[in-house]
Design a protein around this ligand. Structure first.
Ligand SMILES: [Ca+2]
Ligand SMILES: [Ca+2]
Length: 84
């Protein structure tokens, strides 16, 4: 009987953990916070901690329009790919 009770408790604890984690995630994603102040909510920001005053895309990541590896706000020629 005691063993059955222990097994039941373990099953309940294991099944509760994912639910508790999901609830914690929901609380975080209900936040309207924008920690890096790029205009993209923390819940949608895939690049948290971006440099301030630099343009970001809808996911909060720094723009590199010409894909040369230099972000637009540091690129003196943001419309020219590498090698040009
Ligand atoms: Ca942000
Ligand atoms: Ca960001």
């Amino acid at each position: 009987m005691k063993r059955l009770l222990m097994v039941s408790l373990m099953v309940m604890m294991i099944s509760f953990v994912p639910v508790a984690q999901a609830a914690a995630d929901d609380v975080i994603c209900d936040s309207c916070a924008d920690s890096d102040r790029d205009g993209v909510n923390n819940c949608q920001d895939k690049c948290p901690g971006t440099i301030q005053d630099c343009a970001v895309d809808a996911e909060g990541c720094l723009l590199d329009s010409d894909k040369d590896g230099v972000i637009d706000c540091k690129d003196t020629c943001p419309d020219r790919p590498a090698g040009f």
